[in-house]
Design a protein around this ligand. Sequence first.
Ligand SMILES: [Zn+2]
Length: 88
Amino acid sequence: MDKIINSCPFCGSKKVILDNYRDIENKKRFFVSCLSCNATTGFYSNGDSAIKFWNQAVKNKIITNWIHSIIFRIRIILKRWLEIKDGE
Ligand SMILES: [Zn+2]
């Protein structure tokens, strides 16, 4: 298992974490995220896949998924908005 997370390919920060959240279908989704510049991977059903993708991106200097990062934020905002709306 590939548990070591490389530093961020964008900003070089070592403040990189494996995080997860529950999506709208209540499924756990894992992603690696840089706390310094907010770069993220896409979402994976397990942590190892997210770490593997992140580390490959670092190795290959591939520009990773800024779009995923934006979608993620939209979904979080949408989810909060729905929660607020349901709470009325
Ligand atoms: Zn970064």
